[in-house]
Design a protein around this ligand. Structure first.
Ligand code: GLN
Length: 536
């Protein structure tokens, strides 16, 4: 097994995740089987209990793992499916060690960070890498070098470097090169962060320097000299127009060839896989523009909806058009129902997933607006549940209908807990998570956009459409075109041009070059809407 260990210096938010994913993609293009592990040095067991306000989106894997959004980047760039084991947290490591201690597995020894915690970290990394069957395993250590939290992980990978042959591990350090008011590129922060890394016994083999502009030759040689790496190991990762350009940029800089040399690997393929490059060309050739309104709750932090934005992009690339997102805070509609008129000029309206009552009435005003004005509508999870409630209230005549999540005393709980879920109390175990199948109705929009009759998508929800109201709602013109036994997976309003709402989250399986079918169809519908408007 070959390992590439990615650390970050200077500050957070430099794009370590995208760098890791891009390195992986380039190695995959050369014929290697690549996997990736994200280390998050926080004490939470997983991201499931973390607020999207603080931490960005909770990404959901096929096995139901609720993980850091970087795993979404890995899945998209590597076009792979990972499992919850690929996200290591301090919480998971300590929990295992403490459980072992309670069972007496340490035979009376004092249980310590070194060696017990570090052994657990190394053991897990090696097991996950081996199980994946990959040639190369990327490990991204979250946080910034120097943080107290990440120390045990850095110590563990230091030990690994001692234990493995030197050609099996490469250390890649991502840093920042700021530009001062004179326009000079400053290398001091990089020098200091490499010094900090060295104090922990780690020596970077490659330095990826994030900078607003391409690194100058003198910046490169200065970093090489002061950080003790060859000049070709200083990689300029200057700002690019789109994250999907990053693999191409790093390839141009010779990064993967340098890593292959360090790891004593040769390209496996005669001809490289160029599908990523072709996808980027298609992306840059997109013409025209559609305007989509996203009506949500965490709209001030775009990372909260990163997979949705990426999925729209995947759809747009294959539709051949550009798109603009306008974010609406649903609460603004709650407060003033005239506000919803602002949605009139949009080619499509999307209501994403969410929890809690706040903003739900506003989201329903937006959904009603889409339905009544025949604006393409895509509803995801909560966006589907609210679509059902809105329809029940305003079309099926079930006044006061609601979800029991928001109103326990509603006369019509059209969204409710199914009996088998009512008594779950442990956070993290309460939800229906990960892959489940849905059977699609013949002749439905769902069947036509998926082109198959049974699909598998990822889930993250606790409440469901109440089966007792299904007939009543269907009689009024909304159909449930995707089902899993008594669970409603998709709602459509066939009298509208495009109205598709799913209990699942299709955004987690969308990939560049292989868009999620609902997103592709939504993009097509929006493009048609915008053309129709122009023709009028
Ligand atoms: N709050 C809803 C539920 O728990 C929807 C969840 C979501 O949108 N992810 O079922």
């Amino acid at each position: 097994m070959k390992y590439i260990i990615v650390t970050g210096g200077v500050m957070s938010g430099l794009g370590k995740g995208i760098t890791t994913a891009s390195v992986g993609r380039n190695l995959k293009n050369k014929g290697y089987k690549v996997t990736a592990i994200k280390i998050d040095p926080y004490i939470n067991i997983d991201a499931g209990t973390m607020s999207p306000y603080q931490h960005g989106e909770v990404y959901v894997l096929k096995d139901g793992g609720e993980v850091d959004l970087d795993l979404g980047n890995y899945e998209r760039f590597l076009d792979t499916e990972l499992t919850r084991d690929h996200n290591l947290t301090t919480g998971k490591i300590y929990q295992t060690v403490i459980d072992k201690e309670r069972k007496g597995e340490y035979l009376g020894k004092t249980v310590q960070i070194i060696p017990h915690i570090t052994n657990e970290i190394k053991g897990r990394i090696r097991r996950i890498a081996a199980k994946s069957g990959a040639d190369v395993c990327l490990i991204e250590v979250g946080g910034t070098v120097g943080d107290i939290e990440s120390m045990p992980f850095l110590e563990a990978v230091r030990q690994m470097y001692r234990e493995e042959a030197p050609e099996n591990i490469a250390f890649l350090h991502v840093t920042l090169v700021p530009i001062d008011s004179q326009g000079d590129q400053k290398t001091k922060p990089t020098q200091h962060s490499v010094k900090e890394l060295r104090e922990l016994g780690l020596t970077p083999h490659v330095i990826v320097a994030r900078c607003k502009k391409a690194l100058t030759e003198s910046t490169r040689s200065k970093i090489a000299l002061f950080c003790d790496v060859p000049v070709e190991a200083v990689i300029s990762a200057h700002d690019s127009a789109d994250i999907y350009e990053v693999p191409l940029q790093l390839e141009n800089e010779g990064l993967s060839n340098f890593l292959l040399k360090k790891l004593l690997l040769e390209s496996k393929l005669e001809v490289e896989d160029t599908s990523w490059k072709e996808m980027v060309v298609r992306m840059n050739n997109c013409t025209g523009k559609v305007n989509v309104a996203i009506v949500g709750k965490y709209t001030h932090l775009e990372d909260s909806y990163i997979s949705i934005v990426e999925s729209l992009k995947h759809g747009a690339i294959e539709t051949g058009c550009n798109f603009d997102i306008t974010w609406f805070d649903a609460e603004a509609f709650d407060d003033d129902s005239n506000e919803v008129e602002k949605l009139s000029g949009f080619d499509g309206i999307l209501v994403p997933g969410g929890f809690g009552e706040r903003g739900t009435e506003g989201k329903m005003l937006a959904i009603r607006y889409a339905r009544e004005n025949n604006i393409p509508y895509l509803g995801l999870c909560l966006g589907m549940q609210l679509a059902v409630i809105e329809f029940a209230r305003n079309v099926a005549g079930l006044e006061g209908a609601n979800s029991s999540e928001f109103d326990e005393n509603t006369p019509y709980p059209v969204i409710d807990l199914l009996p088998e879920q009512e008594d779950v109390v442990d956070m993290g175990a309460t939800m229906r998570l990960g892959d489940y199948e849905a059977t699609l109705k013949e002749g439905s929009l769902a069947e036509s956009i998926y082109g198959e009759s049974v699909i598998t998508e990822r889930h993250r929800h606790r409440y469901e459409v109440n089966p007792n109201y299904v007939d009543r709602i269907e009689e009024s013109g909304m159909i449930f075109s995707g089902k899993n036994k008594n669970r409603m997976e998709i709602a459509e309003v066939p009298s509208n041009d495009f109205y598709f709402a799913s209990q699942f989250h299709p955004e987690f399986k969308s990939r560049p070059g292989r868009p999620s079918p609902p997103f592709k169809a939504f993009m097509d519908a929006m493009l048609k809407k915008s053309k129709d408007k122009k023709d009028q």
